[in-house]
Structure formats: C-alpha cells, structure tokens
Design a protein. Structure first.
Length: 530
C-alpha cells in the first residue's frame, strides 16, 4: 500500500471540504429543462476506486474498503438521500432530489452514475421563499427511496419534506412515480409524482420554546415493506418534544410525528404502528419478520429497537441520553432510565449520530451473517452488531471515515454505503495476496499488535519508530538484546528479507519474505494500524 491510513483520511477530508458547495434550488420546470438539456454533460465518467484500497482488520474478516469519490456532479449534491435496489438495478438520490442509475462494471472494477430524467418530488423553492433566513435549507430534502415491481416496470417511492404554500406549513410526504424497465419515467413524464401520504398536522415554522424554527434533521422518513401494499414509514418529532417545542407529539395520537406509521399504498391512508420515537433514522425488516429500527437520541442514547405493533418506545418521557449542555433530559423524571416503556435492544452512549441499518443475509461476509450493520454519521464509523437471537452481544466499529446515509447489498454480495456527499463506498472481503492484513496472518501466530505481548514473540504495537528490543513483557534472545537502534521502515524491510543476516542467532531463522511488495504491505499495515 502506497498511502498511509492517515494520508487517505486527510485526502478524503480535503476533497469533501472542496466539494461543500451549497445546492441552489431552481423552479421545478426550469430545473427539469436544464436537466434534460444537459444529460450528456452531466453523465459522469465511470469512477475507478482509489488506487490503493483501505484494508481494515475486523474480528472475523479483513475488509477491503474502496472509495468511489466524485461519483455525482457537485451541483446535484445535498445532504440526505438514499440508494435503492430495483431487481438488478440501483437508483441513488441526493437530498436535492437528483436521481441516478448506479451500476457496477465488474470487468473494469468501476462504478458508473448515470443521471435519470426524474424531477425532484419536493418543492424547495416554495419553502425557501417562506422560511426565515436563519433556517438551514439543507434539512429540507429527499430522505429515502424504496420500490416495488409492477407489470409495466417499477413504482418508485420517495420520502421527503413538502411545503404547502396555501397553508404556510410543511409535512412529511411519501410520493410515487412510475418507471419503465429502463428506469425512465413512464410516458416521458419526469414530474409525474403522485402523493401517497402526508403527515398531519401540517407544521408551521413557529419558534416555539427554545428549539429550531425548522428541525428537518429530525424527520426520520425511512421506508420498508411490511407486506405487499403495506409500507412502514418512520417520522421524527422534529423537536416537538415538550421541551424544545411545547407539544410532545411523539406521545400524542393526534400527531403523526415521532411514530412508525403503516401506510396502505392503495387506499393512501395511514395509521400509527408504534409511537414514542424521537428521530427514527433506520428501518429494516429481516427474513424472519423482525422490524429493526435505529433512532437518534439527544446527547447520547442512540437506540436500536425491535418494533412491535402498538408499542410505546417512551420518547420524550424516557431516554438514555441527556439534553445538549446538560447532564439530564429535563422532560424525564429519571436520568438514564427507560423503565415503563419498550426497552431498546441496544443503546449507544455516547451517541454515534446513527443512520440507517441492515441485517446481513446473503453477503459475501460469511462470518457476519445475521449481524446488524449500523451506520454512524457523527463518528464516521460502520458498526457491526453481533446478535444472539435478537439480543446484541457486542458492537464492533469499522473506521470508514465517512458520513454514511444509507446501506444496501451491492452486486456479488458486496456491502455498499451511500455517502453524504456524492460518494459511494464498497466493502468486500479482502483477498489480495499483497494485502498487509492478510499477509500478517502468518506473523500473527506468534506476534500480537496489541499493547501486551503474547508470550511466543514480542508485541509489534507501534513498531515503526520504537526502540529495538524494548519490550519489558518479553524475554528477548541474546542477539536481539545487543541491538540498540530504532525500528525504521528500512530496518524492518531489511529484517523481513533475511532475519538471520541482520540478527544472527534469531529464533526467526525460518522466515524470509523475499517479495519486496509483500514486505512493504506488511510494514505499511503495522505502521498504519494505530
């Protein structure tokens, strides 16, 4: 590997900062005309992965992480959005409502994003005209996608905010559009979105107690099929929690916020399936019918829940989190307590900025089957939750170093992560023979990389730059005790190529790594591990 982990991360952060251009909304008809006229210009070239993929060491698999950056044109990018599978096809959408066919060219190991002539389902221009200048426009967005096959192609559903000008208020809406087999709008009508469901009541932009005028980042809006024609739809409370805003809507059956709703797509009606939610950011139904939900807590207390019909999950009366800047959550009678309501399966304290989740069923990660994968926005990690039935027994973080909005299974069992800013990240089991993580397995029979030695050989913890033979928890051979230098990358390369030539009498007399590329991969792995 030619790039260090720290270097890769700095490069990615720099690229993200350069791309943080605010998406400027246009009237829908003008936006549509520009989109159709510029399709050849917007078509993005196939994006190769980074030259040297990042190798992460997980408990049971070495993970190869490939970053496909600048996949989407900068002008289409806004936080939010999702990726959805339609048979063997994938559609991605940004928060701005720009839609793309996402495809993988296995022969060239490239990903292509092809813009689709689908108009945004929402109307940000009307919202912009009505909202106070201090309102964060990026929170008014498209949030999730889901589809179902029908005789003529696909019906694509999108969840999003919608401003109602005649009433001067906003709702969370589920809209649908018909696509043909080639993912083009049916009958050439790119703006033929129909309304499936609107939340009630319509929310005005009142300042309330102490909350934001518009808390669109707490909207939830995940979608999942419970049964044919029966769509689960999560809604956040948008800070209407009895503290930031005067009414605790999550506990009110008159308000369709802070809920998991069940929508009958054909009748376009909905009802409460569960309540007491703050900001349900993730939803996944596994093959056994378990409904897994991930939910933002306040400061701490991000939750993984199993959703049961009719259950109350307690917000804002109970939480394992606290208010920002405080050591308690004022509406709760006890801090860090969840009694009297449905308990979460797992809670993250501190918060990870939880996003969507899936349960692995059919990926190429054989040792992860049945585990939950949970995305973190704030921590930029992906978390693998090991399950015993429906009980979480451990959580393993994987440092992806990106804000992850969505997760899906990609082609051939890969795991695809939909990034915050027009990027896609692919996770596969690392198989390269020059992967340092895999090559080091031959060394790991004796050496550890932890803070303590294993007994058979000294730990290689922070070996690059460490004084030779300096471990106090291991008895070195006489030849090693005579060394007085510092391990550099050059000395490690020399030692791995012929240990006995450098240290006569070493017990590693049977090991020689003759391939310089493999030696470098091992050294890079040890250097970057910490």
């Amino acid at each position: 590997m030619t790039s260090t982990l720290g270097g890769i991360r700095r490069m990615h952060c720099s690229q993200l900062n350069q791309k943080r251009k605010r998406y400027k909304t246009l009237p829908p008809i003008l936006l549509l005309m520009l989109l159709l006229a510029s399709l050849p210009l917007l078509a993005q070239p196939a994006q190769p992965p980074q030259q040297n993929p990042l190798i992460l060491g997980s408990a049971y698999h070495p993970v190869e992480v490939r970053y496909y950056d600048e996949l989407l044109p900068p002008e289409s990018i806004q936080s939010g959005g999702a990726i959805a599978e339609l048979g063997e096809e994938y559609i991605g959408a940004t928060g701005a409502g720009a839609f793309f066919r996402i495809s993988y060219d296995q022969d060239q190991d490239r990903i292509l994003a092809e813009p689709l002539p689908i108009a945004p389902p929402h109307d940000p221009t009307a919202f912009d005209a009505a909202a106070d200048p201090v309102v964060n426009r990026e929170f008014f967005r498209v949030i999730d996608l889901i589809a179902r096959e029908n005789g003529d192609g696909w019906q694509l559903f999108a969840s999003h905010h919608q401003w109602i000008p005649e009433r001067n208020c906003l709702v969370m809406r589920v809209s649908a559009i018909q696509l043909d087999r080639d993912l083009q709008p049916a009958k050439g009508k790119p703006d033929a979105w129909t309304t499936i469901y609107d939340t009630t009541p319509c929310l005005t932009l009142d300042k309330g107690n102490r909350g934001r005028i518009f808390a669109g980042h707490e909207s939830g809006a995940r979608l999942a099929w419970l049964a044919p024609g029966q769509l689960l739809f999560t809604t956040g409370d948008q800070e209407h929690d009895g503290w930031n805003q005067p009414v605790a809507m999550s506990q009110s059956d008159e308000h369709m916020y802070g809920k998991v709703l069940l929508i009958d797509v054909e009748s376009r009606s909905g009802r409460i399936y569960s309540k007491g939610h703050r900001n349900p950011q993730g939803l996944f139904i596994d093959k056994a019918g378990n409904i897994w939900e991930s939910e933002h807590g306040p400061r701490g207390g991000d939750e993984i829940n199993l959703i049961r019909e009719g259950a109350d999950y307690g917000w804002p009366s109970v939480t394992y989190g606290t208010d920002y800047g405080r050591f308690q959550w004022p509406p709760a009678t006890r801090t860090g307590d969840h009694s009297g309501y449905e308990q979460p399966i797992y809670a993250f304290v501190p918060s990870i900025g939880i996003s969507n989740l899936i349960r692995l069923q059919g990926s190429e990660f054989s040792a992860w089957q049945g585990d939950l994968l949970v995305a973190g926005l704030a921590t930029r990690n992906l978390y693998r939750l090991g399950l015993d039935g429906t009980r979480v027994v451990y959580a393993e973080p994987l440092a992806i170093d990106r804000r992850i909005r969505d997760i899906t299974l990609g082609p051939a069992g890969a795991i695809w992560l939909w990034g915050e800013r027009g990027d896609l990240i692919s996770l596969t089991v690392a198989r390269s023979q020059n992967s340092g993580a895999l090559l080091f397995q031959e060394c790991a029979g004796c050496h550890t990389t932890g803070v303590t030695s294993g007994g058979l050989a000294p730990s290689l913890f922070l070996i690059v730059g460490r004084k030779q033979a300096d471990r106090t928890d291991y008895v070195y051979s006489e030849s090693f005790r005579k060394l007085e230098g510092v391990w550099t990358e050059e000395l490690l390369d020399q030692f791995l190529s012929d240990p006995t030539a450098m240290v006569p009498g070493t017990l590693m007399n049977t090991l020689k790594v003759t391939d310089p590329v493999q030696r470098k991969a091992i050294i890079d792995y040890l250097r970057d591990l910490w």
